[in-house]
Design a binder for this molecule. Structure first.
Ligand code: PEP
Length: 251
C-alpha cells in the first residue's frame, strides 16, 4: 500500500511575512490531517530556514525546488545536494518543466541531479510531462517514457527505489486546465507499467504523483485513481485553506 504524498511547490513566491503566515496556517491545520498522508513543502531556498523552524516536530517534510548536480565547487549562486541534506531537507524537485524550459535543463542534467540527490540521501521528485503540442500530436507516451528512460539508462532502475515521479503535463501547469482523472490515470499507468517491465517491486512501491492545476475541487477525483499517489501542487499550495483541503482529499 503506497502512502499518499502531497507536496506544495511555492516556486518564487512569498515575502518573509507571507511565507511565515502561510506556514503557520498550514502547521495549525495539521492536527486535522490523517497520518496516512505525507505532506511536503518546498519553499524557495531563502525560506528553507524559516520553514525548518516552523515545521519542527510537525508532520511536514521540508523540500527544495532544485539543486546543483555537483558535490561542491566554484558555482556562484548554486546549492548542492549535501548542503540540502545537511540542512534537514528530505525532498528535492528535479526537472520541473519550468527549469527544463526557462533554464534549458536537459534530460542529461536531470539525470545528474537525480544521482546527486540520491547520493546525498535526498529523495528526488522527478518531474516529467508533455507539452500541449506533443499531446496534440499523440506523442505523450513517447515523451514521458523517454524522460523516464533517460534516468533508467544512466542510473538504472534502482534509481526509482527511492524517488518520487511527478507526472506534470506542461499544458496543465499554472493554466487552470487540469488533466482529467482519466487522462492522468492513463499516463500514470503507462509509467508504472514501463517500470514494472524492469522491476515489478520498484514499480509497485514507487509513488507517482500528479501535478498541474490541482485544486481543492478536483483533487479528490484525481487521487481516487488507482495509480495516482498524491499531488505536486503549485498555485493552490500558496493558499493555506486550499492546500489543506487538497491534503485532506488524499486521505
Ligand atoms: C507545479 O508547479 O508543479 C504545478 C503543478 O503548478 P500548478 O499547481 O500551479 O499548476
Amino acid at each position: 500500500m503506497r502512502r499518499k504524498l502531497v507536496v506544495g511547490n511555492w516556486k518564487m513566491h512569498g515575502t518573509l511575512a507571507q511565507s511565515t503566515a502561510l506556514l503557520q496556517e498550514v502547521v495549525a491545520a495539521t492536527t486535522e490531517l490523517s497520518e496516512d498522508v505525507e505532506i511536503g513543502i518546498c519553499p524557495s531556498y531563502i525560506h528553507l530556514g524559516l520553514a525548518k523552524e516552523l515545521l519542527q516536530n510537525k508532520p511536514l517534510l521540508l523540500g527544495a525546488q532544485d539543486l546543483n548536480s555537483e558535490p561542491e565547487g566554484a558555482q556562484t549562486g548554486e546549492v548542492s545536494a549535501s548542503m540540502l541534506a545537511d540542512f534537514g531537507v528530505s525532498y528535492v524537485i528535479v526537472g520541473h518543466s519550468e527549469r527544463r524550459e526557462i533554464f534549458q535543463e536537459s534530460d542529461q542534467l536531470v539525470v545528474l541531479k537525480i544521482a546527486a540527490a540520491q547520493a546525498a540521501g535526498l529523495t528526488p521528485i522527478l518531474c516529467i510531462g508533455e507539452s500541449l503540442e506533443q499531446r496534440q500530436q499523440g506523442l505523450t507516451e513517447e515523451i514521458v517514457i523517454a524522460q523516464l528512460n533517460a534516468v533508467i539508462d544512466q542510473v538504472g532502475i534502482q534509481a526509482f527505489d527511492r524517488a518520487v515521479i511527478a507526472y506534470e503535463p506542461v499544458w496543465a501547469i499554472g493554466t487552470g486546465q487540469t488533466a482529467s482523472p482519466t487522462q492522468a490515470q492513463e499516463v500514470h499507468w503507462i509509467l508504472r507499467d514501463h517500470l514494472a517491465a524492469r522491476d515489478a517491486a520498484v514499480a509497485g512501491a514507487i509513488r507517482i504523483i500528479y501535478g498541474g492545476s490541482v485544486k481543492a475541487d478536483n483533487a479528490k477525483d484525481l487521487f481516487l485513481q488507482v495509480d495516482i499517489d498524491g499531488g505536486l501542487v503549485g498555485g493552490a499550495s500558496l493558499k493555506a485553506e486550499e492546500f489543506i483541503s487538497i491534503c485532506k482529499s488524499a486521505d
